[in-house]
Design a protein around this ligand. Structure first.
Ligand code: UDP
Ligand code: MN
Length: 260
């Protein structure tokens, strides 16, 4: 039986949410043995996400955690000023360390659920090949990510001696311990359960979320270099243009968002 891929998706209400989640869910349907952990940034589960998950045909867990107002990005803030998805991903990490995954994944001889954890934001673009690459990660696996960090491709550079990663091609804050995007790594579930305190934090400099988590779990020499020695791109950090709502009278007059 295949190790289960646990795809963690933080998501929040905005006009394009249903489109993003529809697209992502239909990509995930192409992946065998995958469990989708959707964490809504909301104080209770919404009808939109509940209905979408129910009719998706996917195996899933539906969680929610509302970002505290002090950490919420305001309309005029540049997007990099506050980390996004921190509390939601931590809520998923808690679930991954609970008995939840025991119901979903095959167990190894020690009773540990066999799986890999991947942070799959709702707006990125994923090749189905990415999931096959990460499936057998034993510690932490890494691979290139397209369209991020001011580059066509941000990638780890494999060590010549075959021991992990020698360096990274990042231009943005290359001094980070792990200068890679959230979409660029997958973590063995057992490793995560062996480090029960590893989590994301609000109190880190912009760009350091990934490093902050990974340095608790691994080191550069131990990274598993996937996607043909980190030469293939199977995930892109796409971002969706904010749609114009100027003709939406319901929104203008009643202050409540229309639905689609
Ligand atoms: N997100 C969230 N609450 C927010 C903003 C973002 O849950 O207030 C989610 C979003 O749906 C996505 C992830 O966090 O899955 C990363 O957000 P975004 O794509 O906006 O970040 P960026 O790509 O700009 O780093
Ligand atoms: Mn994004």
């Amino acid at each position: 039986d295949l190790p289960v891929i646990f795809a963690i998706t933080p998501t929040y209400a905005r006009p394009e949410q249903k489109a993003e989640l529809t697209r992502l869910s239909q990509t995930l349907l192409l992946v065998p043995s995958l469990h989708w952990v959707v964490v809504e940034d909301a104080d209770k589960p919404t009808k939109l996400v509940t209905n979408l998950l129910e009719s998706s045909g996917l195996s899933y867990t539906h969680l929610h955690a509302h970002t505290p107002p002090a950490q919420k990005l305001k309309a005029k803030d540049p997007h990099w000023t506050k980390p996004r998805g921190v509390l939601q991903r931590n809520t998923a990490l808690e679930w991954l360390r609970s008995d939840g995954p025991l119901q979903v994944a095959p167990l190894d001889p020690e009773g540990i659920p066999k799986g890999v954890v991947y942070f799959a934001d709702d707006d990125n673009s994923y090749s189905v090949r990415l999931f096959e690459e990460m499936r057998n990660v034993r510690g932490v696996g890494v691979w290139p990510v397209g369209l991020v960090g001011g580059l066509m491709v941000e990638r780890p550079i494999a060590a010549a001696d075959g021991h992990g990663v020698a360096s990274f091609n990042a231009g943005y804050k290359p001094e980070r311990p792990f200068p890679i995007d959230m979409a660029g790594f997958g973590i063995n579930l057992g490793l995560l359960r062996d480090h029960p305190h590893a989590k994301f934090l609000y109190e880190v400099e912009p760009g350091y979320q990934e490093s902050q988590l990974l340095k608790q779990l691994t080191s550069r020499e131990k990274l598993e270099v996937l996607a043909q020695n980190c030469t293939k791109v199977y995930v892109w950090h796409t971002r969706t243009d904010k749609p114009k709502m100027r003709e939406e009278l319901q929104w203008k007059d009643q202050g409540r968002p229309p639905s689609n």
